[in-house]
Ligand binder design. Structure first.
Ligand code: ZN
Length: 319
């Protein structure tokens, strides 16, 4: 019985979120703020807690809205081999060739990021503060997901190669163990993105190209570590969980030569640059003079619904 609950706890940890763990998503939005020009810092610095906390709303929404899931990934290997030229990069061309159903089935993250950029740009044009903050927090999430190799590969949790757990290992365990002490997230300045579609597709293609290494290295290292060395038991918020051991995690990170940190840094730069691009495209509105400063009761209700759904889903997986 005890063993069963341990295993369930492990599954919960790594199934809770097939996206940069909550930890990394929050860090990415947080650090992105510091890349912004002074005219944007006026708003973003003041609301950095909101941008950080709501970086994970899109993951919570997966428990409420069925179509949400597809926005976080693309199983691009479904469309052939790198660089996947059979898949049109424009949404309308891709729909014409493959149908909306097929695209939704295999994930739509590169298109969804562009959709969110339009929404954020509109929010700036309307000078709607609540909407700017909400859209900024959420686009940050999708951009970050596009930087994760296993978000661009159908073997997203190593389920086809007996590597279950690798998803959370790469994007949660590695950063949670190493980011605070060893990684550097001060990255210069946000830049204007002339062609956002091209930019995000480039990042997705890099992710897709790296997925093979992410999987292969874990497999190779697993042959060098006994199960006892590979996993350890640790207390996590009062629950004993089995997780990848510190030494296995550090060895994996070293073998990847800083890939996780590099992708996280690139995600931070991309998030800040998309925020900046939306603001410029909206005509650089004065962010110290915005309207709609309070969230509407509807928006507040949505935040609550997302949290409730998240808690219930978590408890169900614990049972
Ligand atoms: Zn996600």
């Amino acid at each position: 019985m005890k063993k069963l609950s341990l295993i369930i706890a492990l599954l919960f940890l790594y199934q809770q979120c097939f996206c940069w763990g909550f930890y990394a998503h929050k860090k990415i939005n947080y650090y992105a703020v510091f890349l912004l020009p002074p005219q944007m810092l006026v708003l973003y610095k003041q609301h950095i807690d909101f941008l950080t906390a709501h970086a994970v709303d899109p993951d919570k929404r997966r428990y409420v809205v069925a179509v949400e899931g597809a926005r976080h990934y693309i199983d691009i290997d479904h469309y052939g081999k790198y660089p996947f030229t059979s898949l049109p990069r424009r949404w309308s061309d891709a729909v014409a060739k493959f149908s909306t159903d097929t695209l939704q089935k295999h994930g739509i993250v590169p298109w969804w990021v562009q959709n969110m950029l339009h929404r954020l740009t509109d929010a700036f044009a309307e000078k709607n503060q609540a909407r700017i903050l909400k859209m900024s927090a959420e686009i940050g999430h999708y951009i970050a997901d596009a930087h994760v190799p296993l978000h661009a590969n159908s073997n997203h949790n190593g389920q086809y190669t007996n590597q279950q757990g690798i998803h959370g290992f790469w994007e949660s365990r590695v950063p949670e163990l190493l980011a605070e002490k060893d990684w550097d997230f001060f990255i210069g300045k946000a830049e204007y993105i002339k062609d956002p579609g091209k930019f995000i597709w480039q990042r997705v293609l890099e992710s897709a190209a790296a997925a093979d290494t992410v999987l292969r290295y874990e497999k190779e290292l697993s042959k060098q570590f006994s199960p006892d060395q590979k996993f350890s038991f640790e207390d996590r918020n009062g629950v004993i969980v089995r997780q990848y051991s510190t030494s296995f995690t550090k060895t994996y990170d070293a073998k990847l030569k800083g890939m996780v940190e590099r992708r996280m840094r690139m995600a931070i730069f991309a998030v800040a640059s998309f925020w900046y691009t939306a603001w410029v495209n909206a005509g650089e509105p004065d962010l110290s003079a915005l309207s709609n400063k309070e969230f509407s009761s509807e928006e507040l209700k949505e935040f609550e619904t997302l949290n409730e759904a998240w808690k219930i889903a978590g408890n169900k997986e614990h049972e």
